[in-house]
Design a protein. Structure first.
Length: 424
């Protein structure tokens, strides 16, 4: 995004901001790439016989695991588009898990959602006060929020949950289910089509079937927040002003934008979204709060945001990727991860060819050698250790960040100190 260049750009209420420019994939090209990846996965499934990598149950689980990561990443996007680095997403998720379960087991799951949102928003407000008003280093503040959230919830849990049926010092009583929905007819048809094992068609049916089978209402809300965020930030005057604070706050202030206000709004929304991700963990993924249940998802959400180049669509793809690899722990993990070694080797081969075409011969050779090593691992074994299965989501996180680092473009003023009136 480029900072506004005139007062009209910022203050005119009828203005519709342009979408960010730069090297972006068009929708047809993006769909073509997704189709190519699915076709390659289908080939691997047929060769290895690992039908679980694209079945409906696998995809449904992947969607459930992707939601809290995506919500945390979406929270990070709001904050960083306004120029505030939010390492405190993990702590805000922890607030969401605790407050959501605490209110949920007493007054119902929908009340739990609202209170969990408020809990995450409080964490965002604290981060905003420290970073925006007092200009403390954003990383230091985020780490402090994470530690504070862990300490507060650990202190409150015994006071709030002990003495209630099913509650303990580390676990809340169970929360009533929000309920799930399945699209009748379509879900069964896609499941039957997926079971036929046809090339590409069955794999596509598995992917789509996971989106319409046993879906939580909170999942539907989370998915809707992706295009909603894009519209608000890139198609409204409010979004333009907010993004201008993350690109060039001095220029934004000179054009009449209240930079402090927009940063506060962005970070509070950021905390609320991360809190909603925590609520999902303690009400939908598990019907209770459990100490440590975020398991670093706030950090993975931050990685998904970076992988997505600070854009909602890319963030959603990153969250889906991490959710999918995480789901391998639950469904046929060793067999499926072993099959994905072949997929990784093929992707590295394609990457080496692409680098060679671009005349980056050294990088191409390194990629080819790594790909050969991965293929040798696949060919020389029948399964992978359980420790590798458990580590797969985190390894994928590091790999995609390393491979996508060259195309990343963060907001120009992200994390930089700002004082009101400093441009005068």
């Amino acid at each position: 995004m480029t900072a506004p260049t005139s007062a009209t750009d910022v203050n005119q209420p009828t203005l519709t901001p342009a979408a960010p420019t730069g090297r972006r994939l068009s929708l047809p090209v993006l769909l073509l790439l997704i189709a190519g990846a699915l076709a390659l996965t289908s080939i691997v499934r047929i060769i290895t016989g690992a039908d679980g990598i694209t079945n409906v149950s696998q995809m449904s689980t992947a969607l459930q695991l992707a939601v809290p990561i995506g919500l945390a990443g979406l929270g990070g996007l709001w904050a960083e588009r306004a120029g505030v680095v939010n390492i405190g997403l993990e702590g805000m998720m922890i607030f969401g898990t605790w407050f959501g379960a605490w209110a949920g087991f007493q007054w119902g799951p929908w009340t739990g959602i609202l209170v969990g949102l408020a809990g995450g928003a409080i964490g965002g407000l604290l981060h905003a006060i420290v970073t925006v008003t007092f200009n403390v280093n954003h990383i230091v503040s985020g780490v402090a929020i994470n530690i504070l959230a862990l300490g507060i919830t650990r202190y409150l849990a015994p006071l709030a949950f002990e003495g209630h049926q099913g509650g303990s010092a580390k676990q809340s009583p169970p929360v009533e289910s929000l309920g799930h929905f399945t699209v009748p007819g379509l879900s069964d048809w896609l499941r039957d089509l997926n079971a036929k094992g046809w090339f590409f068609v069955s794999d596509l049916a598995g992917l789509l079937g996971g989106l319409v089978t046993n879906v939580s209402w909170l999942t539907l809300i989370a998915v809707a927040l992706i295009p909603g965020t894009w519209y608000v930030l890139w198609r409204t005057p409010f979004g333009l002003r907010l993004r201008s604070c993350g690109e060039n706050p001095i220029a934004a202030e000179s054009l009449g934008v209240n930079v402090y206000k927009y940063k506060y709004i962005a970070v509070i929304i950021s905390g609320a979204l991360a809190g909603l991700g925590g609520v999902f963990l303690s009400i939908v993924a598990n019907p209770f709060y459990l100490e440590g249940q975020t398991s670093g998802r706030g950090y993975i959400g931050l990685a998904a945001m970076i992988f997505g180049n600070w854009m909602p669509g890319g963030l959603a793809i990153g969250a889906g990727l991490f959710g999918y690899t995480d789901s391998l722990n639950l469904r046929g993990g060793s067999e499926n991860v072993h099959a994905l070694l072949l997929l990784g080797a093929l992707l590295l081969l394609i990457g080496a060819i692409w680098l060679a075409v671009r005349k980056k011969y050294v990088h191409a050779m390194i990629t080819l050698i790594v790909g050969a090593g991965v293929f040798a691992w696949y060919a020389g074994t029948n399964e992978v250790p359980n420790q590798v299965v458990s580590a797969t989501p985190y390894v994928i996180t590091l790999l995609v960040l390393a491979l996508s680092a060259q195309r990343l473009r963060m907001p120009k003023a992200d994390g930089l100190p700002y004082r009101k009136g400093q441009g005068k």
